[in-house]
Design a protein. Structure first.
Length: 100
């Protein structure tokens, strides 16, 4: 199960957060989202836990809790609308007549 976390203190690292979620069970992957230009945390991230019951327990126990002075929100991650389908790049103008 993929979990979304927001409200993370900017100084929290992936190793520390992996250990925290590891208290509830196995952590398959964890990623804190960072700003492309500065490399600084954006205050949210994703955790993937393979055992659904452990993930649900982590969500239940951590959501709304205090983490280093920040109130965090922890919930099951939702798929972005429009992902997973055949995408395109740019829009094409399908004109049958040429105009110059």
């Amino acid at each position: 199960m993929k979990i979304f976390i927001t409200g993370l203190p900017l100084e929290v690292g992936e190793d520390e957060l992996t250990a925290v979620f590891g208290d509830f069970g196995q952590v398959k992957s964890l990623r804190i989202i960072k700003d492309r230009e500065t490399g600084q945390s954006r205050g949210f991230g994703f955790v993937e836990m393979p055992v659904e019951e452990e993930a649900k327990e982590a969500i239940k126990r951590m959501n709304g809790g205090d983490y280093n002075g920040n109130r965090i929100k922890v919930a099951e991650a939702q798929e972005k609308p429009g992902t997973g389908g055949a995408g395109g790049g740019f829009k094409r103008n399908n004109r049958t007549e040429k105009s110059y």
